[in-house]
Design a protein around this ligand. Structure first.
Ligand SMILES: Cc1cc2nc3c(=O)[nH]c(=O)nc-3n(C[C@H](O)[C@H](O)[C@H](O)COP(=O)(O)OP(=O)(O)OC[C@H]3O[C@@H](n4cnc5c(N)ncnc54)[C@H](O)[C@@H]3O)c2cc1C
Length: 474
């Protein structure tokens, strides 16, 4: 609980309708979509504009109060869990879509805007904002920016960082920083825009963003390829890319995921297959048809049991929607669902899937794997029970080995969900001591008192690297 004086100062900025410190509000903002992490804040505040954000930040700096930015709380790295207490600043009141500029092909909006809403508004005008995290119906663009969210279309179109061209952000001191603009080219100094994208609320509070837009692709087609051999499916992914075809989505579901998704979405997925690839291409009709034919050929060469082309765009949308429901479907199996984010160069997908299965078997746990296979971003997902401490210990060891395997295969500990609290002990495995020191220096420049989202990205202690004897040999 903050002192009465501080509370009064904060209420004088936002009004008492937008400041909360009752038990219900504190508990509601003590966790996010990441299982097994929780910590109580001291208060929750909902600013309505950039001036209020700035004034609140000044109060926090004056009294050295930690500030945790929050959008929809849908992140999967415990990024909004207020581990050191303090103030949770929820950005959902600031949700205005300020402008769609059809001449410059840009959109400018406040951070609380829901991702799907931006898609709908720009698509009405024949324009396209590609980043499409599976959570886009609830996630905010501020959260997408802070996590550099990816999505199903990352393979062809890149991720959030490839679209943000201008930002307004408030530093902990209360100063307002403006970066970039409606420009395609801008090399005036360090690229502060890119630095803030993916900074996980540890540097500044994003209060406005400008993104570039593309023309909406004219045509889309989805193909479903069924495999009774998991590794043939993974090889097919690499083969499609090396045939110089970049589909707009190339998604992978293993058998366990297929069964659960089918039970949930009832769209006629075959439940006896080892793996399914869901492949979408977009663009001019003639290119889409040409690519789909070649992709079907490659799937057959790799002995796909069946290759089905969706008969209509609606059927394609239905299949992609089913894929988006994978996590919700898996979450019904057991009380705790831990979705991870190990990412490898795409040519290493087959060895990575093999490693995940081996590790799951070694530790006697249930892991289903699905993900954005086209860009090597796999989501091994463990269905477990947080109340079973012995099992959770095995799960933690298994994931340590999975991260280790990903790094050994030239990959990373997170492809899109961010480091947050959950991955902080592993960051040094990926970027080394020098990387950590450089990042800490950047953090000090923005946030000298360490108030912005403390405890995230940088761990007090790095986990010891596990030694695996046979990982690198595949
Ligand atoms: C079912 C499901 C599917 C998902 N699919 C994907 C996916 O396909 N791809 C993907 O990348 N992620 C995915 N995610 C993870 C998550 O949705 C994304 O990380 C998303 O970007 C979080 O947005 P949010 O509004 O919920 O942010 P929050 O969870 O509220 O916050 C995330 C981070 O951003 C910071 N933050 C929030 N707003 C601001 C701001 N205005 N200024 C500064 N920092 C801020 C927070 O402090 C925190 O560190 C999925 C999650 C779920 C539950």
């Amino acid at each position: 609980m903050l002192s009465t004086n501080i509370k009064k100062e904060l209420i004088s900025i936002v009004g008492d309708r937008y400041y909360f410190d009752d038990q219900e509000a504190l508990i509601t903002h003590s966790y996010d979509a990441t299982p097994m992490y929780q910590s109580m804040p001291d208060a929750v505040i909902f600013p309505g504009n950039v001036e209020e954000v700035s004034a609140v930040m000044k109060v926090c700096t004056k009294y050295r109060i930690p500030i945790v930015a929050r959008g929809a709380g849908s992140n999967l790295s415990a990024g909004t869990v207020p581990v050191e207490g303090g103030l949770v600043m929820v950005m959902t009141r600031m949700s205005e879509l300020e402008e769609i500029d059809e001449e410059n092909l840009t959109a400018t909006f406040q951070p609380g805007l829901i991702t799907k809403k931006l898609h709908e508004e720009v698509e009405k005008r024949g324009l396209f904002y590609p980043p499409d995290p599976g959570s886009m119906v609830v996630s905010t663009l501020g959260g997408n920016i802070a996590e550099c969210a990816g999505g199903l279309r990352g393979l062809k179109y890149g991720t959030t960082k490839d679209y943000i061209i201008g930002l307004e952000a408030v530093l902990p001191s209360g100063e307002i920083l403006k970066t970039g603009g409606k420009l395609t080219k801008d090399v005036a100094g360090y690229d502060l825009t890119k630095l803030l994208v993916g900074s996980e609320g540890t540097l500044a509070m994003v209060t406005k963003a400008t993104v570039k837009l593309l023309p909406l692709p004219e045509h889309k087609r989805v193909l479903l390829a069924l495999f009774d051999d998991l590794y043939a499916a993974a090889r097919t992914v690499s083969k499609i890319i090396s045939a110089k075809i970049i589909p707009s989505s190339l998604e992978f579901l293993d058998n366990a995921t297929i069964r659960v998704v089918e039970d949930y979405a009832k769209i006629g997925l075959p439940t006896d297959m080892a793996a399914v690839l869901l492949i979408e291409q977009d663009g001019p009709e003639v290119i889409v048809s040409r690519d789909m034919e070649r992709i079907a050929e490659i799937c057959r060469e790799e002995k796909a049991a069946e290759v089905k082309l969706a008969q209509s765009e609606e059927e394609g949308v239905q299949l992609m929607t089913a894929r988006r429901s994978a996590l919700s479907a898996l979450a019904r199996l057991r009380p705790t669902t831990i979705l991870e984010d190990a990412t490898v160069p795409r040519a290493q997908i087959a060895p990575m899937v093999e490693q995940i299965n081996k590790i799951a078997k070694k530790y006697g746990i249930q892991i289903c794997t699905f993900g954005h296979a086209g860009d090597g971003n796999l989501h091994p997902t463990c269905m477990t029970d947080a109340r079973d401490h012995e099992e959770i210990e095995r799960v933690e060891k298994a994931f340590e080995e999975i991260f280790d395997a990903a790094i050994r295969l030239g990959g990373t500990i997170t492809g899109e969900h961010g480091v947050g609290l959950a991955k902080a002990p592993y960051l040094e495995w990926k970027i080394g001591k020098t990387g950590i020191e450089v990042m800490k220096g950047i953090k000090r420049a923005f946030d000298p008192h360490g108030l912005m989202n403390p405890g995230k990205i940088f761990a007090k202690e790095t986990r010891r690297r596990v030694v695996l004897d046979d990982v690198a040999t595949h």
